[in-house]
Design a protein around this ligand. Sequence first.
Ligand SMILES: C[S@@+](CC[C@H](N)C(=O)[O-])C[C@H]1O[C@@H](n2cnc3c(N)ncnc32)[C@H](O)[C@@H]1O
Length: 361
Amino acid sequence: MSELEALGARHVRAARGGAEFEGDRRLGYASCLWLRSAIRVQLELRRDRVRSERELYDFVRAERCEDFIGPEQTVAVDASLRDSFLTHSQYAAQLVKDAVVDRFRDRTGTRPSVDREEPDLPLRLLLRRDEAVLYADLAGRSLHKRGYRDVQVKSPLSEAIAAGLLLLSDWDRRSPLLDPMCGSATFAIEAAWLAADRAPGLGRSFAFEKWVDLDQKLWGELFDDAEARAERGLRDVPPILGRDRHAGAISVAERSARAAGVRNLVDLRVAEVSRAVAPAEVTTVVTNPPYGERLGEGQDLEDSWRGLGEHLRGFAAGSVAWVLSGNPELTRFLRLRADRKVPVHNGPIDCRFVRYALGPS
Ligand SMILES: C[S@@+](CC[C@H](N)C(=O)[O-])C[C@H]1O[C@@H](n2cnc3c(N)ncnc32)[C@H](O)[C@@H]1O
């Protein structure tokens, strides 16, 4: 929500699984380009009560989808239902798609085709009891897909979650940041972009760029401004360090950092945490150690957490560590006293983002 407010969004309010806000076209484009912790940006097209399939069909059919795409373009529909007269979301999505294509066919004689992977107009229906809301997804591909990630990464943290956690931490973006268990280096790469004021959406495309109502001039201005900011910002990034005991993880991290344009800004090395030397400067540590759900098991896990605790005890006064933990049993092996715990959903896992003040007590 604070990211939205920083972009100038008005009337920002928490809504189920996200936030609602009001704004103009500029804000829509800027949200796709600049929001680091969001997954999608949806434009509400219409909202009404519908009590039957017929009413749902008419509700969708009344929408002027021709204002977004031509009949030679592509569409896809997702539906999400709760306590509604329809119980199968795929069936609801089909009904929505039929209403859209029928409208095109009646008006132009041709109809858009369906492309589930990369639709020009991604639509989303939300049907809660008898309240229907139809949205157009401005971004298309989920916003966490920045374009730098290696497809082979095994248990990475979502780019959007990593960025959201960095925003939540009190890192000033000017002092060093270290992830001693960095895996594919999502924290390190997102931190470099954050410190450099590099927009997360610069290296990818968005669905709205294919819409017939695209304001090319406005989008060009926003894009050029983001490029200029990144060019300036990438010259002035504090030390960002990533360590991992697996050479394989570090080579994936190097590839991703290169793809993200920050390979020369993040210092990536193979290191076992229990043998690593703490930096002399005041440093912010942000890390996501393994917690058993996906990587590593048993004694080895305990040793890794114990090793992380030992490492953190060597940091300079004023340093801070933020640790994403999905398992309170393991967190205890750090043998450090937390001063903040923030609940976080990391996919299906209930986690805590835990803060520790470091340095001699
Ligand atoms: C959950 S993953 C981190 C994922 C990472 N945030 C990312 O975005 O890809 C945990 C990482 O900790 C590393 N690790 C586990 N024990 C370690 C240890 N004792 N020393 C250093 N790294 C360790 C693993 O190799 C793994 O890459």
